[in-house]
Design a protein around this ligand. Structure first.
Ligand SMILES: [Zn+2]
Length: 317
């Protein structure tokens, strides 16, 4: 073995003394991130996911077994406290050499200010006391909040940047499999690029009926593909609508013959029934945090595929 290489290996082992390469324990926060990491780890290992698919990441109760699983992690990939503020304390008991990657902070991402998207009809912001609607207004004592909309995964370009970062991070811990990680990331990128082209094609060639969303999660998707969500029922933290916002929605749907709704699991059917009482409503089951029945390897691409299929169904002939 050449001297320089053995020196490199030695310094590497000193840097990461307790890691067992073969059984890298990788934990992810939500289903779409789980899907991206699972694709990069394909053939080497399988990550785990904290928030059960179909659950709401903004409001979630960690089970003791889930907290215990987090404590065992070597690497954690998560969006950040803006999406899951309740998750941060669970990182307190991690091993000192565990690596926590907040995907919101990676260079090169498209980041949108929360609530900056003026055509999305949020219900009035509880924290917005002086009528302004700008980044940073959520900075209250005890909250770590950058004012960035945390739903970054709904821009596939962001997901593609993460694939590179995930491969790079895994390779640092497990250089033996670096080539596999790199190749897996390349294949996953190729697949997402194809879905992105499909969605762009649908947007270019279809006339969409007004599309509503259950919660204000889609700003990144709108920004990437030029979609305009006509209205949202819940806000970006997935809080139920206020009476004022319901009245606003009634105004929006008053003379609307047809509309499409991207709906999640925990839907207030009475609100929908009243808001869309005179509208021929097409309901698409689509959870922006991923579907419960997606296998890990397709958890991200399934989401984009469902969005593409949904948009096709929301097209008027
Ligand atoms: Zn959300």
């Amino acid at each position: 073995m050449p001297r320089s290489f053995s020196f490199f290996l030695l310094s590497f082992l000193l840097l990461f003394p307790q890691t067992s390469w073969a059984n890298l324990r990788v934990v992810t926060d939500i289903t779409p991130i789980y899907g991206l990491v699972a694709q990069v780890m394909k053939g080497v290992g399988t990550p785990s996911v904290i928030i059960r698919a179909g659950s709401d990441p903004h409001h979630y109760q960690l089970r003791p077994s889930e907290a215990a699983n987090i404590e065992q992690a070597d690497i954690i990939f998560w969006i950040g406290p803006e999406l899951t503020p309740w998750l941060q304390p669970a990182f307190d008991n991690l091993a000192a050499d565990a690596k926590i990657i907040s995907l919101m902070k990676i260079d090169g991402l498209t980041r949108l200010a929360a609530g900056a998207d003026s055509h999305v009809h949020h219900h009035e912001d509880k924290h917005d006391h002086d009528g302004k609607n700008e980044a940073g207004h959520h900075n209250e004592a005890g909250h770590e909040n950058s004012g960035i909309d945390p739903h970054l995964w709904l821009d596939p370009e962001n997901a593609r940047i993460w694939l590179q970062e995930i491969a790079r991070t895994l390779s640092l811990y497990d250089p033996e499999n670096a080539e596999i990680y790199r190749e897996n990331a390349r294949a996953a990128d190729h697949k997402i690029a194809g879905l992105q082209r499909r969605i762009a094609r649908i947007m270019a060639t279809s006339r969409l009926m007004p599309v509503f969303a259950q919660h204000a999660a889609f700003a990144y998707f709108e920004n990437r593909f030029g979609l305009e969500i006509a209205g949202t029922l819940y806000d970006r933290e997935n809080e139920a609508p206020s009476p004022g916002h319901i009245a606003e929605l009634h105004q929006l749907t008053r003379n609307l013959p047809k509309a499409c709704l991207l709906a999640e699991t925990h839907l207030e059917n009475n609100v929908i029934a009243s808001v869309f009482s005179k509208t021929d409503l097409l309901v698409m089951a689509l959870n922006p945090s991923g579907a419960a029945n997606s296998p890990p390897l397709t958890a991200y691409s399934d989401l984009m595929e469902r969005l593409a299929n949904g948009l096709e169904k929301c097209s008027t002939p």
